[in-house]
Write a protein that binds this ligand. Sequence first.
Ligand code: ADP
Length: 477
Amino acid sequence: MRPGMRQLAFSLRARLTIWYTLVLAAILLAYAGGVYAFLRQNLYRELDRRLHDEFEAAEASLERRADGTVIRVVTRDAHTHEEDAPGGRRLEVWSLEGARLYREGPERPALPPPVGAPSSTEETETVRVEPGTILRVRCGTYPIGGTPVLIRVARSEMGVRHELTEFSVGMALGLPAAVLLACLGGYFLAGRALKPVGQMAARARSITAERLEERLPIENPDDELGQLGTVFNGTLARLERSFESLRRFTSDAAHELRTPLTALRSVGEVALRERRSNPAYREVIASMLEEVDRLSRLVDTLLTLSRSDSGLVDIGAQRLDLSQFARETVDDMAVLADEKRQRMTVESEPDVYVDVDPGLLRQALGNILDNAIRHSPEDVPIHVSVYRILADGSDRAVLEVIDQGPGIEVAHQRRIFERFYRVDRARSREDGGVGLGLSIAQWAVQANGGSIELESQPGEGSTFRIQLPLVRQVAHA
Ligand code: ADP
């Protein structure tokens, strides 16, 4: 795992650097190419402009003498020193028949004589006169003394070429150096940017089921890695919570199972200690069966909870008339209430229909009614009310169980739906409760898309309110 992670970080770092370097090199190359083209164009434009000026000056200053030769009537300007340099400034005048009439500038290397028919327009071209000497030549016909002649002005192109070569050499040396530097810088920066990944990986490796309270280090919660770390930490927090509740559930369940088992064992051991009469044995067996009963109820409940946790319970939704359903469930529980001479009344609105799993909802309502009966004093009535709330977009069916029992303290109200939570542990066990009834009721209601809430005033009683999505349109059965 460790070398794998390192290789991953390295390859990501290398890949980032390579991409960065390639893109930068391409940009620099394009930029250098653009500058080269711009420089070349400017240098040649300047050279051509000078040739053009000189051509015009030559046109204006050339004269034909009576013997047919051509002379220049202006004194030469400050270019004298250039003319003697190889490839320096030149001026030549040729007759259209191919005879040179006038020449200025260095003799060698000589410009080749003009070839082909002279063009009517002025033309500029590059002529390689000998290795190491390249001239830029402007040539055109112009009438002198009534006869057209071919005028050629030329200047060395070597200066321009030299500048361009210098620029290219500078770029050829500078560009790879710049790219190399950028590559090193990119590698360093990518390493810095990816450092938190390595730290996160190291910390994540050390997190085990026993150390779920640890979190990934986050340098900057707003950048991409920070967001990833935050999401991962959120997942860890949820995992920690569910591990914790699983641990609590397991230890609570074990604890609850131990009590009836201990009772079973001690009843058995005491019975075996001395010989007893048959009726006495029967009594022992009956008491043991009572504990077994309690055990199997508890195991059933635990099974229900574990199935609910794993999402294995099929919710078979059916359309129910909630009022009729409440009445039937209350009737089923009447035997228990009768034992305490509690009267159970149902008040209901018509047409309160819901789509629910009847078995699950019966379990929820049964647990709430069972609590109300157990916790309410004798002779005190319990009231069940069914009605609907019509609100735009969220019509609800409501089922309330109202008792006049001892009520529940605010401190307990928040935790009453937690698994194994009991207000009075000792008393609750006496009447068979292990603190799972309400958590099962809550799960059963939520599985049907509803919610359950408690309203209670200590000393005045409690109201458990189940809300379910109301079905407005009633299908005819
Ligand atoms: P149990 O099965 O032990 O009754 P429940 O989850 O059903 O567990 O209830 C949790 C606790 O809530 C009980 O210990 C009890 O003290 C309290 N309780 C539940 N219903 C009522 C009620 N109607 N009136 C007063 N206390 C109640």
